[in-house]
Design a protein around this ligand. Structure first.
Ligand SMILES: Cc1cc2nc3c(=O)[nH]c(=O)nc-3n(C[C@H](O)[C@H](O)[C@H](O)COP(=O)(O)O)c2cc1C
Length: 209
């Protein structure tokens, strides 16, 4: 399976070559792959920021444990979850679904009421955790897309969500930084690329019942 070879090739890149940039067409393919990620009810309750601006990235670096990938990679990708999913968000989704699938919006009312009953009453913290979890599926798709395109990437949780929310004015848009990734090309000096992958044996990770 070519996918397995691609995933063996990839690694969480610690040092990027700041001179090498991801092409526009590769970036479009990565965006498309993220957009095709599955999400709960199909709501895609997040937004993805692609940050190229070096000044903003310089400001974000101290909020990211000082990690060099933030400024050296070609792009910094910030997955931001919506902190509240209200009736309007669900109605907007149903309208989109009706338009795309050529359905009668009224026929989706029961489904919409069901979704609303399950989602809108969730306590704040559970709602935020639920929308944040969706972003990780997008992150997974990003990593797979990058591996296929032979673009290096580093998934990252080593950052302060509050710091990012402030610098990027996310709260006023109802968003919060959930997880980030940097993409670009590995530096020859990044010794991590020579390390063997550390994974549990398959028979330990899986159990068939
Ligand atoms: C959600 C998540 C957060 C991570 N955060 C960081 C990070 O902040 N900095 C970093 O250098 N690597 C980070 N990593 C990379 C992991 O350490 C790496 O994926 C793991 O050690 C396995 O190695 P591999 O990805 O090279 O196969 C993160 C990975 C994931 C999935």
């Amino acid at each position: 399976m070519q996918l397995i070879q691609n995933l063996e090739w990839r690694y969480a890149t610690k040092k990027f070559d700041p001179e090498k940039k991801v092409s526009k067409s590769d970036l479009e393919n990565i965006k498309k792959t993220i957009s095709l990620a599955a999400s709960s009810y199909g709501l895609q309750a997040y937004k993805v920021l692609i940050i190229e601006d070096p000044e903003i990235r310089k400001k974000l670096q101290p909020e990211s444990w000082g990690q060099s990938q933030i400024v050296d990679a070609s792009q910094l990708i910030v997955f931001c979850n919506y902190t509240n999913v209200d009736n309007q968000v669900i109605d907007d989704y149903l309208k989109l679904k009706a338009d795309i699938q050529n359905l009668n919006l009224e026929d989706l009312k029961d489904y919409g009421d069901f979704m609303k009953s399950k989602i809108t009453e969730l306590p704040d913290e559970i709602m935020k955790a639920w929308t944040a979890k969706q972003t990780y599926i997008g992150l997974g798709n990003l990593l797979v897309a990058c591996a296929e395109l032979k673009i290096d990437a580093c998934p990252m949780e080593g950052f302060s969500p509050e710091g990012y929310d402030n610098i990027l004015n996310l709260s006023e848009k109802g968003l919060s930084a959930a997880v980030i990734a940097t993409i670009g090309y590995r530096s020859e000096e990044d010794m991590t690329q020579h390390s063997k992958k550390v994974r549990k044996p398959i028979q330990e990770l899986f159990e068939t019942i």
